[in-house]
Design a protein around this ligand. Structure first.
Ligand code: ADP
Length: 726
């Protein structure tokens, strides 16, 4: 007879609403948080034990299955489990789908795979043959994979085996996962300026106190925010050998820069985590984070879901960046969720930016976040001089995009042996292709987006869906040959113009098409740093974070782009981008300048930027948001309804809208037809919901959706705190 029955409630990484019940067999040591294998339907699945309860007996009529296996991985911590529950509720997606982001596959739960390594043994024959002597000379004090050693010494595998038998070589099994180097808190590499020192001390103090403490680190580009937060990292590492630190960055391109600086400052390469880290490396990082061995992770937003055992500090660098919002799957904002995770872990969180988001500035103004300011660049490095080129007065020639004043400034800069960055946030050659014969604008099939010409690859590409096709020689609509005409500039076309204007200059395009992986990014950054490039033509990937000491002129080709739009953050985002890109000019000891080509220099965002008056811009934007009750003063949620025909989506959106639960203080707009009304053959409609700040809008939205019974081809997506309004 069994003395007691233990029941585990297991959450699976799939879209199920609740954990499922299982019996814990006596022989398995299962605790809350254990990663386990359990039967699910006809197969076995990995899950995490969410709760354990004791039962006097199995309730009548219930059949309970048993857990099959428990993994030796350190159980998921309580703060992380609470975090998963929170994110599941907040985003209305359920804990299961959030748990999926926390796992790295079943293999990551097994210990590291092993491999054979050979080292030098003690019994080496005095009279060795020539081949044996070669092995002896090659092996040295290192350990080797047998294949590599055989190759390096020019001997056969059989010879190595023979040496193992005689004790000349020692054969051992090692983990394939190399441990991460242990970082050394050491000393700052630069002498902090007085204002940096004040900020660094405040951060260090917050880490010493170790409680939930959000801090906004607000400093102009190049003011030393990274150097300052490194001091907080050093303190977190020094305090406790188990402390772990997470640094979140919005772009892989930025990750590379921070990784290199990190390695220099702390003498160890941190663990790296983003979409480009694959397979075995991913599992290595996951395992070692769970084991507490990887102490620093530098990564993109998904690093927030790694199984940290003792997370003491989170840094969200470039916290204003809208790419922290994940737009597929679980729609979460990594900055906001990082604050939640920090709260659960009782950790310090530093939000760093030269252009903080209005949400964060408002939190600081309300006293919820501490606010540290770095007002200037260290030493003689000054902020660039920013000026506007009014295109109404200085239009560029037809089918050209560089105005006279910008061309002249470029010539001056190159003559001094300095570098130029031309900024245009448009990938490819031309954003639009028109047929001269019939006027057709070429669109993506079954999608409301124009195809973008990429001349480098000879294709037309949809930047919304990823669809692409070779550029046709005839108009797909009227069939006339050679009638297709490129309209507007992308970086490739701008590069052509640069080649005509400055044929001697060495130029390169920096966009996600030319540099799509960390190695390419690193190599381009190195070429720029070492002066092998004169003119860099870049999209937003070039706008942030990099320090190019000889870059003294930034030309913004189209400063009007994105200034207005259906998006409540359009002005804010344009302002932030322009400040960031302008901030690339003039580091080290060279004065820099930024020139913005615009048709509307009087626009609020541009005029505030030219006047260096961020406070004025922020106050004006906040005033509008307050009037409208928009974030950060109220809450928003978007609903995207989609179906496989227009008729169906209209009906489904109307049916869904009619089910809105009655509640006071909720406003609903729509359904309306969005900019992209058809995507990949699915018709779309949007609704926007606004509530007061104190309303639990997630709960309201979940209730609403629960009431809706849709046919299988209707999809309803809820987006809490939307950043995309298309
Ligand atoms: P931010 O993160 O604010 O853009 P960084 O920390 O990247 O600024 O600093 C910009 C550049 O200035 C870096 O090359 C950095 O090493 C250097 N720097 C920052 N503070 C100092 C200092 N006190 N002394 C010397 N160099 C510094």
């Amino acid at each position: 007879m069994m003395n007691r029955l233990l029941l585990a409630r297991i959450l699976f990484p799939m879209p199920v609403p609740e954990p499922f019940d299982y019996l814990i067999p006596d022989e398995l040591a299962v605790t809350v948080g254990s990663y386990v294998l359990a039967p699910l339907g006809t197969r076995k699945a990995v899950g995490v034990v969410w709760e354990i309860c004791e039962l006097p007996e199995i309730p009548e009529g219930r059949k309970l299955k048993q857990i099959i296996e428990v993994f030796s991985t350190r159980p998921m911590s309580k703060p992380q489990r609470k975090f998963v529950d929170f994110v599941g509720k907040y985003t209305c997606t359920g804990a299961g789908r959030v748990l999926r982001m926390c796992l790295a596959g079943e293999q990551a739960l097994a210990p590291s795979p092993q491999q054979v390594r050979l080292t030098k043994g003690s019994t080496w024959p005095d009279q060795a043959s020539e081949a044996r002597t070669r092995v002896l000379e090659t092996v040295g004090g290192q350990d080797w994979a047998p294949g590599e050693l055989a190759k390096a010494a020019g001997v056969s595998a059989g010879m190595l085996n023979a040496l193992v038998k005689t004790g000349g070589l020692i054969r051992q099994m090692h983990d394939v996962d190399a441990p991460f180097d242990v970082p050394d808190p050491g000393q700052a590499l630069v002498q902090l300026t007085p204002s940096q020192d004040i900020a660094a001390k405040a951060l260090v103090q917050a880490v010493v106190t170790r409680k939930y403490a959000p801090v906004l680190l607000d400093g102009i580009t190049g003011s030393g925010k990274t150097e300052v937060y490194f001091e907080a990292v050093a303190e977190a590492l020094a305090q406790n050998p188990e402390h772990q630190v997470l640094i979140l960055l919005p772009e892989i391109a930025l990750t590379q820069d921070v990784l290199a600086r990190f390695a220099k400052r702390f003498g160890a390469k941190p663990a790296e985590w983003h979409s480009d880290v694959t397979g075995a490396q991913r599992r290595r990082v996951w395992r070692q984070v769970a084991a507490g061995q990887a102490r620093i992770v530098v990564g993109a937003r998904s690093a927030l879901f790694l199984p940290f055992a003792n997370l003491a500090l989170i840094v969200v660098d470039e916290e204003h960046d809208s790419s922290f919002k994940q737009e597929e799957g679980v729609l979460y904002h990594a900055r906001d969720m990082a604050v939640v995770r920090a709260q659960g872990e009782q950790a310090v969180i530093i939000l760093a930016s030269a252009t903080p988001s209005l949400e964060t500035l408002q939190n600081a103004a309300a006293g919820r976040y501490a606010h540290l300011v770095l007002p200037s660049r260290p030493g003689i490095s000054r902020l660039p001089e920013v000026s506007a080129i009014d295109l109404r007065e200085h239009p560029a020639p037809k089918n050209r995009w560089i105005s006279g004043p910008l061309q002249q400034a470029m010539a001056e800069t190159l003559a001094k042996g300095e570098q130029v960055l031309l900024y245009l946030n448009r990938r490819g050659y031309a954003p639009l292709t028109i047929c001269r014969a019939c006027g057709e604008r070429i669109k993506t099939p079954h999608t409301d987006a124009y195809l973008v010409e990429h001349r480098r690859t000879g294709r037309l590409v949809c930047h919304l869906t990823g669809f692409s096709m070779p550029k046709p020689d005839k108009c797909p609509s009227c069939g006339v040959a050679d009638s297709l005409h490129a309209v507007g500039p992308g970086v490739e076309r701008l590069s052509e113009e640069v080649a005509q204007l400055f044929p001697e200059a060495r130029r390169e395009v920096f966009s996600s098409d030319t540099t799509s992986n960390p190695a390419q990014i690193r190599s381009l950054i190195q070429r720029m740093e070492s002066g092998q490039i004169d003119i860099l033509i870049g999209t937003q990937i070039a706008a942030k974070g990099h320090n190019f000491p000889k870059l003294t002129l930034v030309g913004v080709i189209d400063a009007d782009m994105g200034l207005s739009g259906a998006d409540l953050r359009a002005g804010e985002r344009a302002y932030q981008t322009l400040i960031q890109v302008a901030g690339r000019a003039g580091r080290a000891d060279l004065a820099g300048r930024a020139m913005l080509q615009t048709h509307q220099p009087e626009h609020e965002a541009l005029s505030a930027l030219l006047a260096r008056d961020r406070d004025r811009f922020v106050a004006a934007e906040l005033f509008i948001r307050q009037q409208m009750g928009f974030p950060p003063f109220g809450r928003l949620a978007a609903i995207i309804v989609s179906a496989n025909s227009e008729q169906k989506v209209i009906r489904a959106a109307a049916d869904f809208a009619a089910l809105a639960p009655a509640a006071s203080g909720i406003e609903i707009w729509g359904p309306s037809e969005p900019v992209f009304a058809v995507v990949r053959g699915r018709w779309r409609r949007r609704l926007l919901v606004r509530s007061e700040k104190q309303t639990d809008l997630s709960a309201y939205m979940s209730d609403w959706k629960r009431n809706f019974r849709a046919s299988a081809d209707i999809r309803i997506k809820l987006d809490i705190d939307p950043y995309s309004f298309f």
